[in-house]
Design a protein around this ligand. Structure first.
Ligand code: ADP
Length: 673
C-alpha cells in the first residue's frame, strides 16, 4: 500500500492558517464582550466588575494552547484604546499597551499554572485540581489587576487614591469571569460520558433548570413583585447547587451557575434582589462576589461527587469482573450481594445467593461453622480453607479471606476455587511417598550388598593370613637356618620377604578391625573418658618412651555415652598418629582435653607435628588414604578410617583442624552421659 505523505510545508501552512483564524476570532470576541463589560464599568471607565474576555481568553488558551496569546493581546489593546481614545492619543496608547500586556500575561500565567498543576482542561475532574485552578485564577487576576491599575496611574488616567478600589474591582471582574466562564466553555469539551440521557434524567434536568430560573427570578428579579425590600435571601439557591452537583455531571453545575449569573445580573439592572439598595458599584460588587462564591462551591462539590461516583463505578467494575468470588454479607451473615464469580463458584443465581447465610454453604458440620463465624467476628478477619457445597450438591475446596465491617455492619468474603491445587498437592504427596518407599527399598538392598561385601572381605583377609604366615615363617627360617648357604644378596631378599610379609599382616589386621566395626553390635553404655585415656597411655607407654614424646592430659575428662573398646581404639589411633607424625628434630607433644558442646562432649587430641594441608583435611579419614611416603612414616592408611567409622557407629562425629608445620588438632564428639 502506498503510504500517504503530507508535505511538511503544507501542514505548517495549515497550522499557521488555523492559528491566524483562531486568533482573529478570539480578538473579535474579546473586543465585543469587552466593550459590553466596560459599558458596566461603575468605578472607572477602564475597570469593570463584569469582564467576560478574561474567562474567554483562558478557556481558549486551555483549549488551543498558548499560540492564542496574540489574539488576547490584540483584543485587549483594541478594546481599551477604543474606551480611552477620547482622553488623548499618547496616554491612551500607553495605558492600553500596559493593560494589554497585563491581560495577556494574566491569561498565559493562568494557562501555565492550570496546565502544569491542575490537570489542564480536565481540572474539574478532581477536587484537588479545582482548588489549584481557583488559586491559579486568583494569582493571575492579581497580576493583571496590578499591571492594569499601574498603567492607568502612569498614564495619569486615575488618581492614586483610587488605586485600591479600582484594583479590587478589576481583580473581582477577572476572577469571576474565569470562575464562571471557563467551566462553562470547557466543560462540554472534556465531558467523558456523553451517552444520551434517559427520559427521566432529561426531565429531572429540565426540572432543575426550572427551579433555578424560578428561584433565581423570585429572589433576584422579584418576578412575583412580593419583595418589599432587599431581603438577604441569596442563600436560597444553595439547594439547587447541591442538586446539580449530586445528580448531574459537572457540566450541569457550570451551566446552572451561568444561568444564575444571568438572572442575578438581570435583577441587578432592574434594581431588584438582595444586593440592591446600595450604590451601583457596591451592588454589582456584591452580586459578583456572590456569584463567584457560588461558582467555586458548586465546582468543588461537583468534583467531589464526580470523584465519588468514579470510585464507586471502579469498585463495581472490579466486583463484577473479579476472577475471585466476592460475597458481601450483613451482620447476621446473610449475603446482600454476590458477584458473577461467586455465582459461578457456588452454582446459585445472584438472586438465590442474596438472603442466604454465607456460612450455610460450607459443607462441614453446624458446630464448626458457627465456631468459625464467631471467630471471624471476634478477630475482625479470617482466612483459611473450607469445603463448600454447590447448589447441585457437588463439593468444592475453596480458599477464603474475609474482613468484617468494610462498611459499618457489612462484611466481605473473597473465595477462590482451589480444587485443582489440592489435587496437584495430593498428587505431589503421593509421588513423594512412592519415591521415599523406593529409596528405602534401594537403600535396604544396598545395605545388604555392603554387608555381603564386608563378610567377603573379612573372609578373604582372614584366609590370606594362613599363606602369609607360611611365607614369613619360611623366609625367617631361611635366614636363621640356612643363612650360611645364602650370599648377602640372597639374605637381603629373604629379609625383605619377611618385612613385606609383616607389613601385609598389619594391613590385614587393620582391615579386619575396620570391617569388624561394621558387623559388630554396638551397645551404648556410659564410658569414663578418663579411664579410657589412662588405659591407652598405659598400653602405649613403651612407644611414648621410645619416641621421647610428652603426653599431657588436661582434666576433667567427663563421661560419655559410647562403647568402651571402640573408644580405646579411637584414642589409641589418634594418640599414636600424634606421636608418629612429628617434625624431624622436634620431640612430639600431645595434649588430650575435653570440652562440653550442646549436650555432647568434644574430645581433642592435639599435637605439634607436621600438620595437614587444608585440602587434605577431609580426605585423611578415607580408607587407605596416606599423605606421606612410606619411607618417612610407616602405616596402612586405615587408622583414621577406623576412627571415623567407630565414632559414627557410636552416634558421634569426628573432624580436625590443622596448620601445616605447626600441628594438628583432631576431635571426636560423642553424646554426654
Ligand atoms: P596411617 O597413620 O596408617 O598412615 P591414618 O588413617 O591414621 O593412616 O592416617 C592417614 C594419613 O593422615 C596419614 O598417612 C597422615 O598422612 C595423615 N595424618 C594422620 N594423623 C596425622 C597427624 N596427627 N599429623 C599429621 N598427619 C596425620
Amino acid at each position: 500500500m502506498q503510504e500517504e505523505r503530507v508535505p511538511l510545508a503544507r501542514t505548517g501552512r495549515d497550522l499557521l492558517g488555523r492559528t491566524v483564524i483562531l486568533n482573529t476570532a478570539l480578538a473579535i470576541v474579546y473586543v465585543l464582550t469587552g466593550s459590553l463589560g466596560l459599558q458596566l464599568a461603575t468605578l472607572h471607565q477602564s475597570a469593570t466588575l463584569v469582564w467576560p474576555p478574561s474567562g474567554i481568553a483562558l478557556a481558549s488558551l486551555l483549549l488551543w494552547g498558548k499560540r492564542l496569546w496574540p489574539g488576547v493581546f490584540a483584543g485587549a489593546f483594541l478594546v481599551n484604546i477604543l474606551t480611552l481614545i477620547e482622553v488623548g492619543r499618547v496616554a491612551a496608547v500607553g495605558a492600553s499597551l500596559g493593560i494589554a500586556v497585563g491581560n495577556t500575561l494574566e491569561g498565559l500565567l493562568a494557562w501555565l499554572l492550570v496546565t502544569r498543576y491542575a490537570n489542564g482542561r480536565d481540572f474539574f475532574d478532581r477536587a484537588a485540581d479545582v482548588y489549584r485552578f481557583i488559586i491559579a485564577v486568583f494569582l493571575s487576576a492579581t497580576f493583571s489587576a496590578s499591571l492594569g491599575v499601574t498603567s492607568l496611574e502612569l498614564a495619569n488616567l486615575a488618581v492614586w487614591k483610587e488605586a485600591v478600589p479600582i484594583g479590587l474591582t478589576w481583580w473581582l471582574g477577572d476572577a469571576a469571569s474565569d470562575l464562571i466562564l471557563v467551566p462553562l466553555l470547557l466543560g462540554w469539551t472534556t465531558m467523558r460520558d456523553r451517552r444520551p440521557w434517559p427520559l427521566w434524567r432529561s426531565m429531572e434536568a429540565g426540572l432543575l433548570l426550572l427551579f433555578v430560573v424560578l428561584i433565581g427570578g423570585f429572589i433576584f428579579g422579584d418576578w412575583l413583585s412580593v419583595m418589599k425590600g432587599p431581603y438577604p435571601i441569596a442563600y436560597m439557591v444553595l439547594p439547587c447547587v447541591v442538586w446539580a452537583a449530586l445528580r448531574f455531571p459537572q457540566y450541569a453545575s457550570a451551566v446552572m451557575v451561568f444561568a444564575l449569573t444571568a438572572i442575578t445580573l438581570e435583577g441587578y439592572f432592574r434594581g431588584h434582589g438582595p444586593f440592591a439598595g446600595f450604590s451601583a458599584h457596591e451592588s454589582l460588587f456584591l452580586v459578583q462576589l456572590f456569584i463567584s462564591v457560588t461558582a467555586m462551591t458548586s465546582m468543588v462539590l461537583a468534583a467531589v461527587v464526580a470523584e465519588r461516583r468514579r470510585a464507586r463505578d471502579e469498585l463495581r467494575a472490579l466486583f463484577e469482573n473479579a476472577q475471585d468470588a466476592i460475597l458481601i454479607v450483613d451482620e447476621a451473615g446473610q449475603t446482600v450481594d454476590a458477584n458473577p464469580a461467586a455465582c459461578a463458584l457456588t452454582g446459585y443465581l445472584r438472586g438465590e445467593l442474596i438472603g442466604r447465610k454465607v456460612r450455610d454453604i460450607a459443607s462441614d458440620d453446624q458446630e464448626s461453622r458457627e465456631r468459625r463465624w464467631k471467630e471471624f467476628l471476634e478477630k475482625g478477619k479470617l482466612a483459611g480453607e473450607v469445603r463448600i457445597r454447590r447448589k447441585d450438591g457437588t463439593l468444592v475446596d475453596v480458599e477464603f479471606r474475609a474482613v468484617t465491617n468494610i462498611l459499618p455492619g457489612v462484611h466481605l468474603s473473597v473465595m477462590r476455587d482451589v480444587t485443582e491445587r489440592k489435587l496437584a498437592e495430593s498428587q505431589v504427596r503421593r509421588m513423594n511417598e512412592e519415591l521415599e518407599r523406593r529409596v528405602e527399598e534401594r537403600t535396604a538392598k544396598l545395605r545388604e550388598a555392603l554387608r555381603e561385601l564386608d563378610t567377603f572381605s573379612y573372609s578373604v583377609a582372614h584366609d590370606l593370613r594362613g599363606p602369609l604366615r607360611a611365607m614369613t615363617g619360611f623366609s625367617e627360617a631361611l635366614l636363621q637356618d640356612h643363612a650360611g648357604r645364602l650370599d648377602p644378596e640372597g639374605q637381603d631378599f629373604a629379609r625383605r620377604i619377611t618385612e613385606a610379609g609383616k607389613r601385609m599382616d598389619s594391613l590385614i589386621t587393620d582391615i579386619l578391625a575396620y570391617s569388624r566395626l561394621s558387623r559388630q553390635e554396638v551397645p551404648l553404655e556410659t564410658v569414663d573418658l578418663a579411664q579410657v585415656v589412662d588405659l591407652v597411655l598405659w598400653n602405649m607407654s613403651k612407644e611414648i618412651l621410645e619416641r621421647r614424646a610428652k603426653v599431657t592430659v588436661k582434666p576433667p575428662l567427663p563421661r560419655i555415652l559410647g562403647h568402651a573398646a571402640m573408644m580405646e581404639q579411637v584414642v589409641t589411633n589418634l594418640v599414636s598418629n600424634g606421636i608418629k607424625f612429628s617434625r624431624p628434630g622436634v620431640d612430639p607433644e600431645v595434649t588430650i582435653r575435653a570440652e562440653p558442646r550442646d549436650g555432647a562432649v568434644r574430645l581433642w587430641i592435639e599435637d605439634n607435628g607436621i600438620g595437614i594441608r587444608p585440602e587434605y583435611q577431609d580426605r585423611v579419614f578415607g580408607l587407605f588414604q596416606r599423605l606421606n611416603p612410606a619411607e618417612s612414616f610407616a602405616g596402612t592408611g586405615v587408622g583414621l578410617a577406623i576412627v571415623r567409622r567407630a565414632v559414627e557407629r557410636m552416634g558421634g562425629r569426628s573432624g580436625l583442624e590443622s596448620t601445616p608445620d605447626q600441628g594438628s588438632r583432631f576431635w571426636v564428639e560423642l553424646p554426654q552421659a
